[in-house]
Design a protein around this ligand. Structure first.
Ligand code: BTN
Length: 329
């Protein structure tokens, strides 16, 4: 794992839970002097970490700032490669933009870029993505599987299934549902948006950039007026504040697992999970594409993640990209 010395120290304390660690122990474990450890602890206090000294035992971490930084994420991480390189920012224009640059420069499979705040968050169809400071998970994962370009959209579905499974494993007060192609809704309101982009040549994908935006700890009043009726957060639905770093680590576990499963066995089992958690299939919908508006019943998705709509005249129409509205039946 690629951690700075500061992050290694924090990770050590987070993993020790309530146990104190002696300065000598830390110095030995990390291969630096006790003075260097002491200096790091001073700097960490300035960043909002609080330590107490316990006589003859060492330092104990008693307060941690609410951040999704590398140390905190890696203290929860159980993956083989995803999240082993973390680029963390207090503020960035867009994690997606930096991911393009890092991927072009050869970033490793599973590298993540994550920020507390985005000043130019990107949504689908050239929309902006509202990314309030310290409230959400604004992250891009760089994935480098051996793929053909037409397979890339499947990764939006793989990401959606990974996020739903991570939420189901951590929370109990709500059931997340996937709305084709890239939203996760809770009780009918949007909580997550996914934006998958790729670097590719004509015949092969060089890298996928899976942008994930999760409204995590927003209260309803944190959303701007235009989102009031349509957006929700994990905390609102779970009825308590959530640990964003823990959710990130859980998502990375599922994303790595389903990516590997996909490479090994193809899309079938993941497609099955997607359909099980979808709130789109079986519903009457109205799909607005750039060219037309289509109404009918969503009957399934193809292996490429294309939505199939049964029209009133019994024709089946395939939709590659659209905004959809689920109609009351
Ligand atoms: C959508 O629903 O339109 C997709 C939204 C994707 C937002 C995420 S937040 C992290 C990453 N960086 C961005 O600029 N966008 C994606």
């Amino acid at each position: 794992m690629n951690l700075s010395m500061k992050d290694k120290i924090i990770k050590r304390f987070l993993e020790a839970k309530d146990e104190p660690i002696s300065g000598q122990q830390l110095a030995d474990d990390l291969g630096i002097s006790r003075t260097a450890i002491w200096k790091h602890l001073q700097n960490l206090q300035e960043e909002g970490y609080e330590f107490i000294t316990i006589k003859k035992k060492g330092y104990k971490l008693i307060a941690v700032p609410d951040r999704v930084d590398a140390a905190k994420i890696s203290s929860y991480l159980k993956t083989k490669r995803f999240g082993h390189t973390i680029h963390y920012f207090e503020e960035i224009d867009s994690t997606q933009r930096l991911a393009h640059q890092l991927a072009r420069d050869g970033a490793k499979d599973g590298t993540i870029i994550i920020a507390e705040e985005q000043t130019g968050g990107k949504g689908r169809m050239q929309r902006t993505w509202y990314s309030a400071k310290g409230k959400g998970i604004w992250m891009t994962v760089i994935v480098r599987p051996d793929l053909l370009p037409h397979q890339a959209p499947q990764f939006t579905l793989i990401a959606a299934v990974s996020i739903v499974m991570a939420m189901k494993s951590l929370y109990t007060n709500f059931t997340p549902e996937i709305k084709w192609p890239n939203d996760i809704l809770i009780n009918g309101k949007k909580c997550v948006g996914i934006l998958t982009e790729m670097l590719a040549e004509m015949d092969r994908v060089d890298g996928l950039l899976i942008g994930i935006g999760i409204n995590a700890n927003h209260e309803q009043t944190d959303f701007p007026d235009e989102l009031q009726e349509i957006a929700t957060s994990v905390a609102i639905e779970e009825k308590q504040k959530v640990d964003r770093a823990q959710l990130v680590a859980e998502i990375l576990s599922y994303l790595e697992r389903y990516t590997d499963e996909y490479i090994e066995n193809g899309f079938k089992s993941i497609k099955q999970l997607w359909v099980e958690h979808s709130c789109t299939i079986g519903k009457r919908i109205r799909a607005s594409t750039i060219r037309e508006v289509i109404e009918g019943k969503a009957i399934g998705i193809t292996d490429e993640g294309v939505l199939e709509i049964l029209l009133d005249n019994s024709q089946i129409k395939k939709v590659y990209s659209a905004d959809i509205e689920i109609q009351n039946q």
